[in-house]
Write a new protein. Structure first.
Lengths: 363, 363
């Protein structure tokens, strides 16, 4: 397989977009290939990522005749607010853009969600190019078209489905990723293996050591397979009406943990890693033949800080009930029968949910 | 034709929605017909409209098992801001909605655009029901899925294409419409006749007197035909890639006038009425056989205040150039060859544009 092999999200409508693993220096060429023509382009990033990668991105764009402008926002989840969204609107509209001016989202999940939502809503939609620079964004958040910001009552409660014209991921940007962000992304990789790809699961089990030290060949193969799981699911379900729910494996628990710890103690993927342990425990309760030990062993290799001792069962149960995915009051869970066979259920006894929580809270 | 005859927007994808002229008391039944099931429903309105119509809407919804809540915002264009959008988000999310909770936009174009954008972006999209109560909204803004808010640099610069589940228009709400709002809406009616329907044009020419006094039978027939022009165009062009541009007849001039008068002197439709006179003048310059006198006579019957004497040619020309529709710097105009034959052109000499402006500015 060539290192720049391109994968494609393709919707039943016939529309879609390429997901390419290529160096940042190939950005301008890649934009040309999807039909974007040089003019103004607004690059939205955060200060950490901009310090590292704004210059090469700016250079490749200028060399191809683009007129780039970089907007560097503060790093971190607290940037996903109406105020920073407005900052993007202001930068774009006071500069002067038209409906063909692309937004390039250069950064992790926060920048992708925020700049993606800005692209979805500026002039009722301008072209969007995702250049994810974190593991989580490359394997998960930049794929599938979810964009949005947070609200005081919860994460991602305001947003839109908006598909990019292109996703370009440079594996080399992962070298500079802080340890906890790498771990956070690896949780989504493991999730994709569990819900969709036995071979990826086996690869991770066998090669966890090389993956954990970011060996480039292992990472490339792992990411290709992990992206394909997500691509297959979102291609079948652009707007989250069906199988896309499987991507929330571990997330019902994970979101509740994030909320209960006020988004301070745990990174998203760390919360998902713990959430997957609870979801596996619950899966075994309803699927006694599940190869639980093997699954739990891989999930347990994802490093995550301990849950603070003062987080009580009542808190996480309450946080679960106020999550936006609790449609019409019933809690929905994604469980697995076996690797590659997830299913959605709202027929779970509260006592079993509590038992799953106790399994991870006491650890 | 039955008075509740329902028209349909149908996209090539097969998706679409009904546009029904029915009394407000039929709202709950109509929502049921499009598959919405009782639960919470957030009715967004402005204080003027809510005073008149929130109660009957609330009653019909409650009688069918809905749990409505009414959010009444200040009336007027200045409500189309990020702050009022946030007020809708806050009301919806602190109350607790899920992805099936509809937003009902009860009011004119401002409420439709604002509440529509909120529906487009709450939980990445909840069902939207338009209940337009102004002539402009019934015949134009509630049809076609444009939603959005204003930005300091211009109107409607932030928004989304988002299709409603249902448009329900009660002709009787037009009885309470202030005179200038009626006039504003009648400009869009005339526009639809000029770009798409000779018979509507003839009907308006013959029956202007009855229409101007809001005779219910004349109004019903005029609105049915005017809506059909818009429905035909948006059905062919959901996202404004092609023929939808024709709906901007008179608007390149009109928007510039609104901007130059800081959105204070002229209502939108009044500016469009004047803009159409300029667009007709320009159309004749490039289409000498146009039956200009007949067209100008009908447009001139739409009452509009005089343009303030201190508005100079330079100002409106500059305002035109900064309009968002000026893609890649070239001004685009919608002109007409004859009734029902609009076309888009960016091949217009500046001197001719100025002559068209002088024609309306000196009047």
């Amino acid at each position: 397989m060539r290192s720049d092999a391109t994968q494609y999200v393709r919707f039943p409508s016939g529309q879609g977009y390429p997901v390419a693993f290529r160096p940042l220096s190939a950005l301008a060429d890649s934009m040309r290939e999807v039909g974007l023509r040089p003019g103004r382009v607004l690059v939205v990033s955060d200060r950490n990522v901009a310090n590292l990668y704004a210059k090469p991105v700016d250079q490749t764009l200028q060399a191809d005749g683009w007129e780039p402008r970089v907007l560097a926002l503060p790093p971190g989840e607290t940037t996903k607010t109406p105020e920073h969204l407005q900052a993007i609107y202001d930068a774009a509209l006071t500069w002067g853009i038209d409906r063909k001016t692309p937004i390039v989202a250069l950064g992790g999940g926060v920048i992708g969600d925020l700049a993606g939502f800005a692209a979805a809503t500026l002039l009722r939609g301008v072209p969007l190019v995702h250049v994810p620079t974190t593991l989580l964004a490359q394997v998960d958040s930049a794929l599938g078209g979810k964009t949005g910001i947070n609200h005081a009552t919860g994460k991602n409660l305001v947003g839109a489905f908006y598909q990019p014209s292109l996703v370009l991921s440079d594996l080399h940007t992962l070298a500079t990723l802080p340890e906890r962000e790498w771990n956070s992304g690896s949780a989504e990789v493991v999730k994709h293996a569990i819900i969709g790809d036995q071979r990826l699961f086996d690869l991770l089990t066998e090669s966890w050591g090389q993956f954990a030290v970011r060996d480039i060949d292992t990472t490339r193969e792992v990411l290709r397979r992990a992206c394909q799981v997500k691509i297959d699911i979102v291609s079948r379900d652009e707007r989250e009406q069906g199988p896309r729910a499987f991507l929330n494996f571990g997330h019902t628990f994970g979101h509740a943990l994030e909320a209960a710890t006020e988004y301070e103690t745990l990174a998203h993927g760390e919360a998902v890693a713990i959430g997957m342990r609870a979801a596996l425990y619950l899966s075994r309760r309803y699927n006694p033949k599940l190869n639980y030990a093997e699954l739990d062993a891989l999930v347990s290799r994802i490093p995550a800080p301990p849950i603070p001792a003062d987080i009580a069962l009542g808190e996480v149960m309450q946080a679960m009930r106020t999550d936006k995915k609790a449609e019409s009051g019933r809690l929905r869970f994604i469980l697995v029968k076996r690797i590659g066979s997830p299913y959605v259920t709202d027929q779970i006894a509260a006592a079993d949910v509590e038992a799953a929580w106790r399994h991870v809270l006491v650890t």
